[in-house]
Design a protein around this ligand. Structure first.
Ligand code: NAD
Length: 260
């Protein structure tokens, strides 16, 4: 149903959605999927200004380029964007290193972007959602919100934290028509994954092919990368009327990884 609707459905007509980290990868696919169901979209993220302008024109989206590691910039963005019906906390980053070599500034950055930014956007967005009696908060967590991998201490800590944060706000908002859920992908082929290959090659003394086949896809029983569009379709479902009783859940989309 959702795949055919993606050609031009209307289940989110009249809804305004902010998708963080949506100039690339999963966030961009989520933004496109919500737009295809009629939502008004605000993109956020970093990148080349001309490319982002072209993206906004192509999708028909607004843009706010706040750096989500900066609490003040998040507050300004939330003021400028105004009330949103749908908040997708998706921006994230990775750093791969043994814990004893993990640079503290990288730990702080990973926690700031993957976890603390979601707290700041959510606390700003919730009052209007409560006032309307309708809202959808969708957080891109990860298989690493449920399971760990070595050398990813900050990311695993942040994603476990994001899953806990999501459950907490789901309970707080349960009687206000506002749901909060996580989508937890396994490996999705995006720049975030591609960019961690060199560090993983170094940390594990492996070739690029070994990292892809023996590290990334080794844990994913389907042996396939998840597609960003799959995450987009799940986000649409979680924002749809059929999902109004789904809250505080963490949906694995990981080819069976966390079933083991
Ligand atoms: P990506 O690198 O393709 O996209 C990240 C997005 O975040 C980009 O739009 C980027 O501009 C934005 N961003 C980065 N730093 C920012 C900052 N300081 N302020 C604002 N925006 C910033 O990555 P992706 O793979 O699409 O990842 C998106 C989310 O999905 C992340 O939270 C990631 O942890 C999660 N995730 C990814 C995978 C995967 O395999 N790719 C798996 C599980 C979870």
């Amino acid at each position: 149903m959702l795949k055919s609707d993606a050609a031009g459905g209307t289940i989110l007509a009249g809804k305004r959605a902010l998708v963080t980290g949506s100039t690339s990868g999963i966030g961009l696919a989520v933004a496109r999927a919500l737009k295809a169901e009629g939502a008004e979209i605000v993109l956020n993220g970093l990148g080349d200004a001309d490319e982002i302008d072209a993206l906004c024109a192509e999708i028909g989206a607004h843009f706010n380029g706040a750096n989500l590691m900066d609490e003040g910039a998040i507050a300004e963005m939330m003021d400028e964007v105004g009330p949103v019906d749908i908040l997708v906390n998706n921006a994230g980053m990775q750093h791969v290193a043994p814990v004893e070599d993990f640079p503290p500034e990288k730990w702080n950055a990973v926690l700031a972007l993957n976890l603390t930014a979601a707290f700041h956007t959510t606390r700003a967005a919730v009052p209007a959602m409560k006032a309307k009696g309708w809202g959808r908060i969708v957080n891109t967590a990860s298989a690493h919100s449920l399971a760990a991998s070595p050398f990813k201490s900050a990311y695993v800590a942040a994603k476990h934290g994001l899953a806990g944060f999501t459950k907490t706000i789901a309970l707080e908002l349960a009687e206000h028509g506002v749901t909060a859920n996580c989508i937890s992908p396994g490996y999705v082929w995006t720049p975030l994954v591609e960019n961690q290959i060199p560090d993983t090659m170094q940390a594990r003394s492996m070739s690029r092919e070994e990292v892809i086949n023996d590290v990334l896809l080794a844990g994913q029983p389907t042996k396939k990368f998840v597609q960003p569009e799959d995450v987009g379709a799940m986000a649409v479902f979680l924002c749809s009327p059929a999902a109004e009783n789904i809250t505080g859940s963490n949906f694995s989309m990981d080819g069976g990884w966390t079933a083991k």
